[in-house]
Design a protein around this ligand. Sequence first.
Ligand code: ADE
Length: 244
Amino acid sequence: MRFDVLTLFPEQIESNVHKSITGRALDKGVISLNAVNIRDFCGNSYGKIDDTVYGGGTGLLIYSQPVYDCWKSLWGTQDDKPYTVYVSPKGSVLDQRKAKELSSKKRLCIICGHYEGIDSRVIDKICDEEISIGDYVLTGGELAACVIIDSVSRMIDGVLPNEDAYTNESHMDGTLEAPSYTMPSDWDGMKVPEVLLSGNDAAIDEHRRIASLVETWMKRPDMLDKLEITESEWQKMLAMRRTL
Ligand code: ADE
């Protein structure tokens, strides 16, 4: 998958994505990254990219034309047109389902605003959707773009060791992952649940399934509303809760 990022700070995107798991995915060629500076398309010798907002208001807004020219420079024929996302606090909030959906695109173009953002007309003209990474305001879209690239990349074949690495984890099936433990089995008087040491795969799966529901109930009760929990599961959850 190819990521194109339109930004005033390409080095912020590159330094982040070239690290760790996404960095290795870039090295392997499973994903590719093209971070382009919108300023290179400003069309004037002094690099002016923004201006005050019509009708008044604080801050500066990035012009439409450089964003449009920068975006158009990325693709030749209509067939190459990348799926294009504008990151902004006004977008729909990113979740695991959206990250999975985006991971099936051949090309994803992410446009980052800075200062007060970008003239709305170019966003309306070229963007397929607007995505936020949460209900708070960042100084620019670059961190949001990195969050999208990270969450999308890890669901692309060949980025993680196998599909299990992301299917058995929080948010994939609307629950949080069960707590997990490593050596030693008794740390500071806190013991790992006996069943996890038993080697009994069926009992371990059942324990993890109920522990995942309990974890969701304790940490994100809002997520529980969307699940269908049977009477027998509730009994097991209550019993497990009493042992914590
Ligand atoms: N730009 C500024 N704030 C943002 C947010 N919460 N999500 C995505 N992009 C942003």
